[in-house]
Design a protein around this ligand. Structure first.
Ligand code: DP6
Length: 392
């Protein structure tokens, strides 16, 4: 085996990138190769403190091939065309001639368990592209490159509230992400992620949306007529910090995504939302009804976990309700992340109005978080690779 020379020959950069949750959903491509979407989408970037990918990229004349370690396991880049594409594009755009032809080592990990079924590809690709941009000195829009790793990854290139404009150009040059409001635009807006207890591996987003494009008439209608209108409504709601409009549009979008999945033929099986997901929808609906206004909004992606939006002032009551209807097996660590003040007494009439059966253990745990910032570079001490460019 080739001996790897020490230290001075290895250049490296370590970065961290966030997860995002779509409130106007991306579902369906008009170009599979370039990952160009049928419609624009909009997301909220979540705080890196609770959920993030970290990636170290290293370059050296002494490396003999590109290597990738993901969550502690070596992967074969030859079988990962999307990684290859990101690497090739970043090399082509590099302003550093001496690094252009060198092989690259990549080591990446998430701070959340993959088994939780939380989207890791968006944070992963966004982190890879951001880290490579620092290593290879690439300037300009990076979101269109992250997009070619995974569509939703382009939105993780920014913090706050982010729009992915579908674009019109055939080469995808205008299919890029833009920040529409910063992470401190809407103080008090909080996110609760209800991690649903289930490990079943379903259909991937990539495969699911492909089948929807081929078979769902509802998807055509949605992308042409519903989404453009909802984009306008949502942007206005965000700019005015109008929680009720934001909440209503968010829930309608989630409902329509899952209706499209049902309209897909044959339908996506097992369905992304399971019994627990539907109970959560019911809980939120009945709670909002009781309050006489929208206080919580749910949204679901290609899995059973619920993402709830709620204002800070209401979070104690809502988490108590969640605990009441989805009592954990052990109380310790049920709510992780940002502090949630506990409230023990729930209004009797409120409890009576929520006509769902408690499901012990159905929600494994809850991650409490908020809107956060985009990718950032970390100090050397956070490197995932040692001085030889190998995993620590
Ligand atoms: C349901 O970005 O994972 O989360 O572009 O094929 O990699 P590919 O798909 P991906 O799809 C995400 C779909 C979604 C909705 C969203 O994030 O907008």
């Amino acid at each position: 085996a080739k001996r790897i020379k020490k230290s001075d020959g290895v250049n490296m950069v370590t970065c961290q990138a966030p997860v995002n949750i779509a409130i106007i959903k991306y579902w369906g491509k008009r170009n599979e190769q370039l990952i160009l979407p049928l419609n624009s989408s909009l997301s909220v970037t979540l705080d890196k403190k609770e959920l993030h990918s970290s990636t170290t990229v290293a370059v050296s004349e002494d490396f003999s091939e590109d290597c990738l370690w993901l969550n502690g396991r070596k992967h074969n880049i030859a079988e990962m065309p999307r990684i290859q594409k990101c690497l090739a594009t970043m090399r082509k755009l590099s302003h550093n001639e001496s690094l252009k032809d060198c092989c690259i080592h990549i080591c990446s990990q998430n701070n959340f368990p993959t088994a939780a079924g939380l989207a890791s590809s968006a944070a992963g690709y966004s982190c890879l592209v951001f880290a490579l941009s620092r290593l290879l000195q690439v300037k300009g829009d990076l979101s269109r490159i992250a997009r070619q790793g995974s569509g939703s990854a382009c939105r993780s290139m920014y913090g706050g509230f982010v729009e992915w404009e579908k674009g019109d150009a055939e080469d995808g040059s205008d299919s890029i992400a833009k920040q529409i409001a910063t992470e401190d635009h809407w103080p008090g807006l909080r996110v609760l992620i209800l991690v649903v207890n289930e490990h079943k591996k379903g259909t991937s987003s990539t495969d699911g949306m492909k089948r929807s494009v081929e078979t769902s008439d509802l998807l055509k209608f949605r992308s042409e007529f519903c989404v453009p209108e909802r984009m306008k409504i949502m942007k206005k709601a965000i700019s005015e910090r109008d929680f009720e409009t934001f909440a209503e549009t968010t829930m309608k979008e989630s409902n329509q995504l899952h209706a499209v999945c049902q309209d897909t033929y044959p339908p996506i099986a097992p369905p992304y939302m399971n019994q627990t997901s539907h109970s959560i929808v019911q809980l939120v609906t009945l709670y909002n009804n009781f309050c006489g206004q929208l206080k919580v909004a749910y949204t679901f992606d290609a899995g059973p976990n619920a993402f709830l939006f709620v204002m800070e002032n209401d979070i104690a009551e809502i988490s108590s309700l969640i605990r009441h209807f989805f009592p954990p097996e052990t109380d310790r660590g049920f709510i992780q992340g940002m502090e949630v003040k506990s409230q023990t007494d729930l209004n009797k009439n409120l409890l009576k109005s929520i006509t769902i059966e408690p499901s012990p253990g159905a929600v494994k745990y809850v991650i409490s978080t908020k809107v956060g910032s985009g990718p950032s570079e970390l100090g050397e001490e956070h490197s995932l690779l040692d001085e030889n460019g190998l995993p620590k």
